[in-house]
Design a protein around this ligand. Structure first.
Ligand code: COA
Length: 173
């Protein structure tokens, strides 16, 4: 268990897959993610099994008062260059915009910099995902670059932003 101020991060259990499957097939949640096709329960199970023991991709369940509200992960962990990609999804819609995403990210940053000895956490975010960009900025992420007309959605192209935070920039809380 990794305790934050508002959330707890724990290992993702097989029993959590029902929630994951529900969220990953909800267009309101996946609007900001890179998914295109609906995901079957079988694909979800395969993804989970593949993730077990994967030293480069670590997934955590985000809990509030023992309720599983979303997932967060460190991906493509690069143990030589000491960096990783961050991924996050708050799937329970009643829990959006209440600061849980910010707390989950700050909690995993503290763990990544303080326990895993990583030096940089980076991510990509669609420019139109204003809530996510704001959340990352609140956590100390800086914009690093723009990939122009990078993603095609609903008949038009949108930019993707690169954002990152260095260990030296993280204030530790
Ligand atoms: C991105 C995500 C993790 C943020 O989590 P969250 O718990 O809702 O975020 P927080 O409440 O901590 O912060 C959101 C901030 O964005 C602001 N915000 C929300 N919608 C906004 C919008 N359309 N424009 C500007 N700001 C917006 C909120 O007001 C809040 O800022 P504030 O605290 O200054 O008021 C969550 O929205 C999510 O999981 N979305 C679905 C999946 C997704 O898009 N993941 C990210 C992929 S890169």
């Amino acid at each position: 268990m990794i305790a934050g101020k508002k959330v707890t991060l724990r290992a993702l259990e097989k029993e959590d897959l029902t929630n994951c499957w529900k969220w990953i097939n909800d267009p309101e949640i996946t609007e900001g993610l890179g998914t295109t096709f609906p995901m079957s329960k079988y694909e979800e199970e395969k993804w989970y099994e593949k993730s077990i023991g994967d030293e480069r991709n670590k997934y955590f369940a985000i809990e509030v008062d023992k309720k599983h509200i979303g997932n967060i992960g460190l991906h493509e962990i690069d143990w030589i260059n000491r960096k990783a990609t961050l991924g996050i999804m708050i799937g329970e819609k009643d829990y959006l915009n209440k600061g849980y995403g910010t707390d989950a990210i700050k909690t995993i940053l503290k763990f990544a910099f303080g326990n895993l000895n990583l030096n940089k956490i980076h991510l990509t975010v669609f420019e139109y995902n204003k809530g996510a960009v704001r959340c990352y900025e609140k956590c100390g992420f800086k914009k690093e670059g723009v990939m122009r007309e990078d993603v095609f959605r609903d008949g038009r192209y949108y930019n993707t932003l690169f954002m990152s935070i260095l260990r030296s920039e993280f204030n530790g809380t």
